[in-house]
Every structure is written in C-alpha cells, then in structure tokens.
Design a protein around this ligand. Structure first.
Ligand code: AVJ
Length: 313
C-alpha cells in the first residue's frame, strides 16, 4: 500500500509538467526553514500581518458583534505568534472566549499551549491536532458564535478552483453570524514580491530543495541535491508567484518506495508552489462567489497585506 505522500509524488513526477504539492514542504526541517523565511526582512508578509493583528485589535473585536462566550478557531495556527496580540487584548479586556488553535503538527500545538498558558494565564485554550475538516464539523454544532482565522496568506497556495471549494467548505461548516478573518497578500510592486521569494541568502532555495531531501529519506530515493537549483517567477498581471526546482543536468532518479525511476531533462522544472497575490476587487469577488458578505478589509500602513473579515449571513 502506498501512503498519500508516495501517491502524490508519483502522480506529480509522472506528469508532463512535473509538480510536487506544496503542503509537503512542511516536514520538521521545512517548518524550521519556513521560520527562517518569516524572519527575513524581505519577507514582508509576516511583519505586515503582525502589524494588522496588533494595531487593529480593537476594530476587529468591535466588528464581531458577538455575544459571549464565543470561539476563536485558528486554522493552521503554527507557532501562533501572529495571533498573540489579539488574544492578549481580549484577555486584558476580560472578554469571554475560547481559543481553539488547530494544526497538523502536534509539536507546534504543544509548544503553543505551553507558551500561551505561561504568557496569558487567563486564556481558555483548547488546542486540536489534526486536519481542520473534523474540527469544523464540530463548530457547526457549537452553541456559541465563532470567529475562524485563516491567516498568513495560506489561501495563496490554492488555485482559484481549490480556493473556492475550500472557502465553500468553511461556509458549509459555519453558523449564520459566524465570521472568517482571512489573510491575503496584496498585489504590489513586482520587485518587492520577487525579493521576498527569490532571496539572496538562499533560504527559499533550501526550503524547496528540502522537499527532495524528504523524498530521499521517506521514499528511499537518490536525488543528488547539488544537481538542482531553485527558480521563481512572478506574473504581475495574474498575481501568481510560482516556485520551481530546476534540474541542472539530464538525470534519472530512482525512488525505491515507488518502484520507479524518473527522468529529468536538462533544465527541466518541477513546480513546487503557487503563492497567489490578490487585489481588493478579487477579494470582494471571491467572498461573493463563495456565499460570504465582506465586512471590512484591514490593511497594514503600507498596504502590503489584507486581513479581510467575512461573515456568513
Ligand atoms: C505559508 C504559503 C503563505 O506562499 O508566502 C514562503 C510559503 N513559500 N516562501 C507563501 C512560502 C516561499 C508562504 N505561505
């Protein structure tokens, strides 16, 4: 029996235009490298969203119009760093709510609960480990109103069709009056975007090549990492930033767990990630197409990023 990682690698590398799904970038090493990315000054997304979530806490709280207690459910919470200021504001103002961070990484959730229990002793935190579909089902049955958080421009990894079905899934599992705060990276000067992803330290390159290291380890493959490079391209018209691994030689790779060999041509690409950038019109359209009402777009002072507050009517 093949697991889903094996199946997805097989499908991606057998395709005419080779690809690997971006969700596999986040093994333990990949998650650590992603932390390094977030710490680069060029990766403006982290600072911009942190500014929104720390400077506009009051506006966010006031726009909810929730009865208490309510739930804050964070999908893909990770280290929860971005959300801290919002939680802190609510706790200090004696707002009655449950914080439910969800992540596939148990390590991340253990660390987050430990840190938050220490730094915000008044916080009611109920972390969940797993994929968020199960937890969303539970939300539908909750007697309390909920705010869903889907931050960090994670929506950017989804194609238009996949973004729509994900948002429709959120919508189906929300109660009337529930809200969704969703992070979008905005279209901007293309040079700024290019610098955030094609960094001169080579951190994003390491982040991508780590996927080959993971395939070597988990699927017993023999990728020679030095024979591959990283490339990314931003199209300012469509807002699509696409990342690739480049094969620097014509070469064949054996993947034991797949019982297969794959040929890579000279300069052949493996597409690894889509990071879609939006404008405010597209955000509005996306909300409408998926049945939501857009309440407000909260932007940072440089207008690099938007946390958009949507409501299920
Ligand atoms: C975590 C998906 C939002 O697309 O900007 C960062 C991942 N990839 N640098 C993004 C990422 C390369 C990131 N997201």
């Amino acid at each position: 029996m093949m697991n889903s990682f094996a199946e997805d690698v097989h499908a991606g590398l057998s395709s005419d235009n080779k690809y690997l799904p971006s969700k596999y970038l986040y093994d333990a090493n990949g998650s650590r490298i992603f932390q390094e990315i977030m710490n680069m000054p060029e990766y403006y997304l982290t600072d911009a969203e942190f500014e929104i979530l720390s400077m506009q806490t009051k506006q966010i709280h006031n726009s909810l119009h929730f009865s208490e207690p309510f739930n804050i459910i964070e999908l893909g919470a990770g280290d929860g760093f971005k959300t801290f200021k919002l939680l802190e504001y609510l706790v200090h103002n004696k707002v009655d709510f449950n914080y439910v961070p969800i992540d596939i990484s148990k390590g991340a959730m253990d660390l987050l609960s430990k840190t938050l229990k220490k730094r915000l002793p008044g916080l009611k935190i109920k972390p969940k480990v797993g994929d968020y579909f199960e937890i969303l089902k539970v939300n539908k049955e909750s007697q309390y109103p909920s705010l869903l958080l889907f931050l960090g421009s994670n929506i950017g990894n989804y194609s238009k069709e996949k973004a729509i079905s994900l948002l429709e899934l959120f919508h189906r599992n929300m109660k009337s009056g529930d809200k969704l705060l969703i992070g979008f990276d905005l279209k901007k000067n293309p040079i700024t975007i290019h610098k955030a992803y094609f960094d001169s330290y080579g951190i994003t390159k390491r982040f991508n090549l780590n996927l080959l290291i993971r395939i070597n380890r988990e699927l017993e493959a023999d990728f020679k990492i030095d024979d591959y490079d990283f490339y990314c391209h931003y199209n300012p018209i469509t807002g699509q930033l696409k990342s690739y691994i480049v094969s620097l030689r014509a070469q064949t790779v054996n993947i034991k767990a797949l019982n297969s060999a794959f040929h890579f041509g000279y300069n052949e690409l493996i597409w690894t990630e889509l990071s879609k950038k939006y404008d405010l019109y597209e955000i509005d359209q996306l909300a409408k197409e998926t049945g939501f009402e857009l309440n407000t777009n909260l932007l940072d002072c440089k207008h690099l990023f938007s946390d958009s507050l949507w409501e299920k009517k």
